[in-house]
Design a protein around this ligand. Structure first.
Ligand code: NCD
Length: 303
C-alpha cells in the first residue's frame, strides 16, 4: 500500500470509495473468521474517544480484534489533557510509541482533520461534532442495500433531531451518493444551520409516509441543546414519534433504522423498535463488518 488513507468523512471518500468499502464489508461478512484473523496481526490501534460512546467504540474494538490487531484505550479523563497538554501534542506522543492508527471521537467538528494534519499514521473519525460519522453512514447504507439491492430511486426519510446529528449528515452523503432521494423531516427548530446540498426538508411527516422505502429515526440530543432554546418534547412526540400506526401508513416493505442509543417512548415506541420491520440490531451487526473493512482499507498490506 503506497498512499496513507484517513477516513474523515464520506464526502471525501466519494461514490467509488463508498462502493469499494461496502463491497469489502460484504466480502468480510461471508469470509470464514480464520481467514480474517491474521490480516492486521501485530498492528496497534489507539482509541482516542473523547466523548461518550457505547456501540461505536465496542464495534471498532471487536472489528480490530477479529483482524488480529491490538487496541489500546486512551482515557481522556485521566490523561495529560487534564494538565493542559494540547490534543495535538498528545497525538504526537502516542504515535512516538510506534502505534499504527488512531480512531478519534470528539465533540468538536474538524478535530479528525486537524489531527490528520499533524499525525503520521491513519486517522479514522468515529463521530465528531455535528458533521461526521462516516462509519455509521456506511453501515446504514449496507443495511439498506441488504433490503433493496440498489438505492436508485428509493425514498428515505431521516426523522428527528437533524440539527445536532452527525449521523444525518453522513447518512445523507452515503444515500445520495447511492442514488436515493433523502427527505429530512423535523420541526423548524431542529433543522440544521447548514443544509447539505440537494437535501429536501419537510416539517410534516404524515403526508410522506405512504411513499417511503425506509425511515431513519434519530434521538433528540438533549445534551446538545442551548439552555435558552429548549425543545418541547411533548409536541415532538405528538408530531414525529414513530408508532405502530405511523408505521402502518408506510408501504409493507418500508424498514426502520436507528443509529442508537434509542430513547424509547420519544422518537419511537417499543412496538416499532422491537417489531419485524426494525433493523436496529442488523445495523449493529453490519457495523462490525463495515469497521473491519475500514480498518483494512487504512492499514491492510494488500488493499
Ligand atoms: C450517535 C452518535 O454518537 O453520533 N450514535 C452512534 O454513534 N451510533 C447518535 C446519538 O448520540 O444519538
Amino acid at each position: 500500500m503506497s498512499q496513507r488513507r484517513d477516513l474523515i468523512d464520506l464526502a471525501s471518500l466519494g461514490r467509488d470509495g463508498i462502493g469499494e468499502l461496502i463491497d469489502h464489508a460484504r466480502c468480510i461478512r461471508t469470509s470464514p473468521p480464520s481467514t480474517l484473523r491474521g490480516r492486521l496481526a501485530g498492528r496497534e490501534i489507539v482509541h482516542l474517544f473523547l466523548e461518550p460512546s457505547t456501540r461505536t467504540k465496542i464495534s471498532f474494538k471487536i472489528a480490530a480484534r477479529r483482524l488480529g490487531a491490538e487496541v489500546v484505550d486512551f482515557d481522556g479523563e485521566s490523561s495529560s489533557l487534564q494538565k493542559g497538554e494540547s490534543l495535538f501534542d498528545t497525538v504526537r506522543t502516542i504515535e512516538a510509541m510506534g502505534t499504527d492508527a488512531l480512531i478519534v471521537r470528539h465533540r468538536e467538528d474538524g478535530t479528525a482533520a486537524g489531527i490528520a494534519a499533524v499525525a503520521r499514521g491513519p486517522i479514522i473519525c468515529a463521530g465528531e461534532g455535528v458533521t461526521a460519522h462516516p462509519t455509521q453512514g456506511l453501515l446504514d447504507l449496507l443495511t439498506l442495500l441488504d433490503e433493496f439491492d440498489s438505492l436508485a430511486g428509493r425514498r428515505i426519510a431521516i426523522v428527528g433531531d437533524i440539527r445536532h446529528s452527525r449521523v444525518a449528515r453522513s447518512d445523507v452523503e452515503a444515500f445520495v451518493a447511492s442514488g436515493a432521494e433523502v427527505v429530512c423531516v423535523a420541526p423548524r427548530e431542529l433543522h440544521p444551520e447548514v443544509l447539505s446540498e440537494g437535501t429536501r426538508f419537510e416539517e410534516e411527516l404524515e403526508p410522506l409516509l405512504p411513499s417511503l422505502d425506509a425511515v431513519i429515526l434519530l434521538r433528540v440530543q438533549k445534551e446538545r441543546f442551548a439552555p435558552d432554546r429548549p425543545i418541547d418534547l411533548e409536541r415532538f412526540v405528538e408530531r414525529y414519534q414513530f408508532t405502530a400506526e405511523r408505521l402502518a401508513a408506510t408501504p409493507p416493505h418500508c424498514v426502520v433504522l436507528h443509529p442508537g442509543p434509542l430513547n424509547r417512548g420519544v422518537e419511537l415506541t417499543d412496538a416499532v423498535a422491537d417489531g419485524p420491520r426494525s433493523r436496529v440490531l442488523k445495523q449493529v451487526e453490519n457495523g462490525v463488518a463495515v469497521r473491519m473493512a475500514v480498518l483494512e482499507w487504512c492499514l491492510g498490506e494488500t488493499w
